[in-house]
Ligand binder design. Structure first.
Ligand code: TXA
Ligand code: MG
Length: 319
């Protein structure tokens, strides 16, 4: 039986004994282990079926603790950290040599983040080591935004999910690294490009695999439900070609009615992109459980968090 509980001391005890625990964050749940425990880190890769070339994000709870992990902290990174931590920003910085290669996939950089979730911040405060934590889903599938999602994925292969409710932001952190001292955005996420630009000015975006070979996790197909999924401009028009299918539809705020639509979800009736983002993965999890023939999602506006939503839906639709 997997324990689902908010018992921080129990989580601490498991982590101190080289085990893994799923932890809540404001973005998605993570599958966490002590960065210095080879046993724990190996278990993370094994449970997730994650290839070893894909490095993990290191989570801690203060800038001082981040400084102990990195050998360089560029001015612009400091500005971003000040503006967004604790929060949904991951920075890729040159690592100190004591960080195990297993965590960083042998890279000379480490991804670091101070998450913004009260339960996990309390846990990190009590621990003498940082936590490596990828999203708590099997490789390639939709990230979990509730403790129940994690339990459904991993069943008895993990001992505990630290209960922290549903994730407020609902998609992964925005990842920023540096190339020749210039900031580069590697993954669209919970913080929009516009919010980043407001702090450090224009930023180069390399969110696509073909232009970001050094962001190994940016696979074309990812975040995918097991139900065949489509992303289209005009849902009503698209579904006309499938009169005999059972279809789940996701739109921003538009109501679409047709006999083949078995379930329609409007992500935000008031057209709030933040609300829509927070419901996206929960909705994909729900629709995936309805034994539909297909999920059809409407293309979101191409600005702010709409870009992040479109990015995830595009990856969910790749074959
Ligand atoms: O919101 C989040 O970021 C969640 C929560 C749990 O913090 N974590 C998360 O981790 O999404 P994961 O492992 O699913 O995605 C991390 C991404 C991967 O694409 C990985 O390749 C990339 O970060 N990454 C990690 N370390 C890196 C490094 N040193 N250089 C380049 N990319 C790195
Ligand atoms: Mg992930």
């Amino acid at each position: 039986m997997t324990i689902i509980s908010n018992d921080i001391l129990k989580a601490k005890q498991l982590l101190e004994n080289d085990d893994v625990v799923a932890i809540p964050t404001e973005t998605v749940y993570g599958l966490a282990g002590n960065i210095f425990s080879e046993k724990a880190i190996q278990k993370i890769f094994k449970v997730k079926k994650r290839p070893h070339f894909n490095p993990l994000i290191v989570h801690t709870n203060s800038i001082e603790k981040v400084e102990a992990l990195v050998s360089e902290f560029p001015e612009q990174a400091k500005k971003l950290a000040k503006a967004f931590w604790p929060g949904s920003l991951t920075l890729i910085l040159k690592k100190k040599s004591n960080i195990p290669d297993l965590v960083t996939a042998g890279k000379d950089t480490v991804a670091v983040r101070i998450p913004n979730h009260a339960v996990t911040l309390q846990l990190l405060e009590k621990l003498a080591f940082p936590l490596a934590a990828p999203s708590a889903n099997p490789f390639g599938s939709i990230s979990p935004t509730s403790a129940a999602h994690v339990e459904n994925y991993f069943k008895d292969s993990i001992k505990m999910v630290l209960q922290g409710g549903s994730c407020e932001n609902g998609i992964e952190s925005t990842i920023i690294g540096f190339e020749n001292d210039e900031p580069v955005l590697y993954r669209l996420g919970s913080i929009s490009i516009e919010e980043i630009t407001a702090v450090i000015g224009e930023i180069k975006v390399k969110n696509k695999k073909e232009i970001a070979p050094n962001a190994p996790g940016m696979l074309e197909r990812h975040y995918a439900p097991s139900t065949k999924t489509f992303l289209v401009k005009d849902v009503a028009l698209f579904i006309k070609d499938y009169p005999n299918k059972r279809i789940g539809v996701i739109t921003f705020s538009k109501k679409v009615l047709a006999p083949n639509i078995k379930k329609l979800v409007l992500l935000s009736e008031k057209k709030d992109l933040k609300e829509a983002t927070s419901k996206l993965y929960q909705t994909l999890h729900d629709l995936d459980g309805l034994e539909l023939d297909m999920i059809v999602a409407e293309l979101f506006p191409d600005f702010g968090l709409g870009k992040s939503i479109n990015d995830r839906l595009e990856r969910a639709t790749k074959d």
